[in-house]
Design a protein around this ligand. Structure first.
Ligand code: DGL
Length: 289
């Protein structure tokens, strides 16, 4: 529970007489969405040992009330940190990051990197000054999101779209289930706004599930837009916190944890193009009162 559990547990490598270290990075989401962030993290950090954890028992986070979500993430994180002693944690979930980061940082001394709506780069690059934020219902309600708009929207008109179903649709599509174009089109339609001559030219992917189905989103968009995925920026942020890459080992297989059903290693290997170990279930995860 305390920061004491967060001491680095580097694996040492010897090279030219110097000890080099493989940092353990924990990547966390409610489901498979955080894999869109993991792909970039893995590219940026060939020296790291990655663990991917999904709180699938709590999925979808977008529907949870704020008190419930804070308690849930703190409990699951406590179990994960006790088990894995990571050197850094990436909360690869906008719905959690826009709410829970202050509580996590107060409790642990290890660095936490969050994933929050990329409103600043979206608004800076918009020509029509019509930007939409496609997120979960939780993320669009957050004070944090409102503050980003207040501070960084500038002259842009920002439309917040809280999709009830798109994260679940992405999970189903990733699992190889049939997902209709009509369902996707209906979920993203409110993000396409026409006001006079100006129409939306930029859509922020503010849920990590959405980049996993980007090609389906593009195909079902009423007109072409710039889709903003913050994953590469998150990877740069993590790198700046843990220091330069010291060596490139052949990547360790991804370790997988979940809270309900073991994650399907073969499916995850297909999504991220990297070897994964058989999924383990973290249990029981007592929920905070
Ligand atoms: N992937 C998560 C996010 O970035 C949310 C999905 C969910 O509703 O659990 O917001």
């Amino acid at each position: 529970m305390s920061g004491g559990s967060s001491r680095p547990s580097y694996v040492s490598y010897q090279s030219a007489g110097a000890a080099l270290h493989a940092p353990t990075i924990l990547v966390f989401d409610s489901g498979l969405g955080g894999l869109s962030v993991f792909r970039e993290l893995a590219r940026a950090r060939p020296d790291a040992r990655f663990v991917y954890a999904a709180d699938d028992a709590g999925f979808p986070y977008g529907r949870l009330g704020e008190t419930e979500l804070v308690g849930r993430v703190l409990s699951v994180m406590e179990a994960l940190i006790a088990r894995l002693a990571p050197d850094a944690v990436v909360i690869a979930c906008n719905t959690a990051s826009t709410l829970v980061l202050p509580a996590l940082r107060a409790r642990y001394s290890i660095p936490f990197v969050g994933t929050v709506p990329a409103i600043k780069p979206a608004c800076e690059g918009s020509v029509t000054k019509q930007v939409s934020v496609l997120a979960t219902p939780g993320t669009v309600k957050r004070d944090y999101t409102q503050a980003l708009i207040r501070d960084f929207a500038g002259a842009c008109q920002v439309t917040l779209v809280g999709s009830l179903r798109l994260a679940s649709i992405a999970e189903a599509a990733m699992a190889g289930e049939e997902v209709s174009d009509a369902d996707i089109a209906a979920e993203i339609a409110p993000a396409f706004v026409r006001e006079g001559k100006a129409r939306t030219d930029t859509v922020v992917l503010a849920c990590t599930h959405y980049p996993l189905i980007l090609e389906r989103l593009q195909r079902n968009a009423p007109w072409p837009v710039r889709w903003i995925d913050p994953a590469a920026a998150i990877a740069r942020r993590l790198s700046s916190l843990i220091g330069p890459v010291a060596f490139a080992a052949s990547p360790a297989p991804l370790r997988l944890f979940s809270t309900a059903t073991p994650l399907d290693a073969a499916l995850i290997e297909r999504i991220v193009g990297r070897k994964a170990r058989a999924g383990e279930v973290l249990s029981p995860v007592p929920l905070e009162a």
